[in-house]
Design a protein. Structure first.
Lengths: 328, 328
DNA sequence: AGTCAGTCTGGAACCGTTTCCAGAAGATTG
DNA sequence: CAATCTTCTGGAAACGGTTCCAGACTGACT
């Protein structure tokens, strides 16, 4: 059925070894044989079986990308960029959406481990120990999480939060809510940590509500709690949650930013399209994916090196969802 | 480094064949050996190498999913559902985003063909002939495209368009624009076809503008052309394009639906969140992905059967972006 | 006790590719 | 012209599994 290297060898009148050599390094073979082989390859439409190649070389040419939720445009953008970069470097991508379930994450990583040369783990929900266990077998790069011995790509959330809270403070806000994302999310802890620190510095009261799922529904479900907390502004774990807040506020005729200001996180396309347009802390989503792949490939070629931990900047984008604090 | 079946065999004091048998069919082996093997598997944390297994069995346990643009929430939802269903049936998913480029599509399919048991092609941009050529090697299921001999999952776009145009007609609209998507898109042709037919029946003037990329930017870029065409309503190829229109209309202070009504297609989450909330022709995105995987697996197990072509319903969701026609 | 069927097992071949090794040419040198 | 060195080639082993085949053992039946 499928055409193999032997078919090519037979048609070209050479051995399989020579076909292999021609493909790997055309210079290592006489011009005559090379032509024969190339002709046969064209005629049969031969494409090497990468799985079989992986068996002998130990390199599969595959990367695994694991993420919590593809329906979140943030992850979609990251994985799109990762995929594109991987293809450019001649790698194929295994995709696993774990639906926010750490157990699924563990299972999938184990099942896929032998089929990939490395993993890109986006916002992994597993424990540090579990991650260390995986890393024993396969190189991994963490996105949106920074722990001990792993290469990682993260965002300077503390600085983003500083920009956001400074912005709110300048507008007169003194009591601000943070809608927390998943408890198992490192980003969530990091954002909260940065926020607490700068809130202390600026003398802003910080009210923490949540945790909620990092989705629109999560935002909708917590909106009334936010309103009940008598704040004049709210920072959401991410844009989706912020959009949920906006939606519920609108339904309850709470004016944004008249009654309450709202800030998101991520800078997904959508945030610019709603109205009021969402003020948000934007990150370079494609760069996260692209740099993640680059880092992973470096880690694969040189596993011994000290892990690189890239921290990308966050940038507050002021739009229409923030305004002066309502006098209390 | 990695633990193989031989390591397990050695530790359990049996042959590799017995380990294999234990894993494939525990009943085919004496309870004693089974215990030994299972103990060894646990102790070593053995996981079979699926690529190697694929070599001997001819089944890889992988599916390939190819799509034009992961940044489009429609495709993200479809592939998420497909991935989930695939995992449930113990398949892993290769993901390829081709960035709307037919050449990339062809290349990727060929490169991946040997590593997957079948392909799910979402809105493939290749020509019919190319698709037929692929199908010779590997089972494929088409999503959002219906041609000759292939199993497919599509949406009843004509009926969706009928609902939408009837809705507009009832509101008094007699001159309506359609913003066309990519020329290579089957869905686009299909939507246009349905629209023309029902426009004829209802006596509605149909103005076709475009083609534009199926993105927000596409919508933004064509908005002024739409306005210049003196229509009272516009149907967009998809929700993203419609959102682009809304955005540009807002920027030019064109009231929606006061001056012009807007209808999208797909029913992505985002369409409900913008304001005015978008009237749209919604399709069951996860069902497309799920049914696609089911169909693909059926095709794989029984390649000879007559291809099933599932057509899923489309449902007009009336929201705030449509209203009575402005008297001309 | 001897035959037979039925279970269970290990060895070997195979999947498609790469890579090592040895050998056969051809080119180069003394 | 023989000896050496290169260059190129085919055969064989290996990668990690699966599966066929034949043999060893068990137990039942005559």
């Amino acid at each position: 059925m499928a055409v193999t290297i032997k078919d090519v060898a037979r048609l070209a009148g050479v051995s399989a070894s020579s076909v292999c050599r021609t493909l790997a390094d055309p210079g290592a073979v006489l011009p005559g044989t090379r032509e024969q082989v190339e002709k046969a390859v064209r005629e049969l439409g031969y494409y090497p079986n990468r799985a079989a190649r992986g068996l002998s070389t130990g390199r599969t040419g595959n990367l695994g990308v694991v993420l919590p939720d593809l329906a979140n445009p943030f992850f979609a953008s990251v994985v799109k960029a990762a995929q594109t970069q991987a293809r450019r470097l001649d790698y194929a991508v295994f995709l696993s959406d774990i639906d926010e379930d750490p157990a699924v994450e563990t299972m999938l990583i184990r099942a896929l481990a032998k089929q990939v040369d490395g993993f890109l783990l986006c916002s992994p929900r597993s424990s540090d120990d579990e991650l260390r266990a995986f890393a024993g077998h396969t190189p991994i790069v963490l996105l949106n999480r920074r722990i001990g011995p792993f290469p990682s790509v993260t965002v300077d959330a503390a600085d983003g939060m500083r920009q956001a809270l400074t912005h709110l403070h300048a507008l007169g806000h003194r009591r601000v809510a943070y809608v927390a994302g998943p408890r198992s999310s490192w980003s969530n802890r990091e954002r909260l940590r940065g926020l607490r620190s700068v809130a202390g510095t600026l003398g802003v009261d910080l009210v923490e509500v949540g945790n909620v799922p990092p989705t629109v529904e999560g935002g909708v479900s917590i909106a009334d709690v936010v309103l009940a907390s008598t704040v004049t502004a709210v920072l959401a774990y991410n844009d989706l949650t912020a959009l949920g807040l906006l939606n519920r506020f609108h339904a309850r005729s709470v004016a944004v930013p008249g009654d309450i200001s709202v800030i998101g996180f991520d800078g997904i396309l959508l945030s610019a399209l709603v109205s009021p347009a969402l003020t948000t802390i934007a990150v370079e989503m494609d760069r996260i994916g692209r740099v993640g792949v680059d880092l992973l490939l470096e880690t694969m070629t040189d596993p011994g090196r000290t892990p690189i931990r890239r921290v990308l900047p966050a940038q507050l984008i002021v739009r229409a969802s923030t305004g002066p604090a309502r006098p209390s």
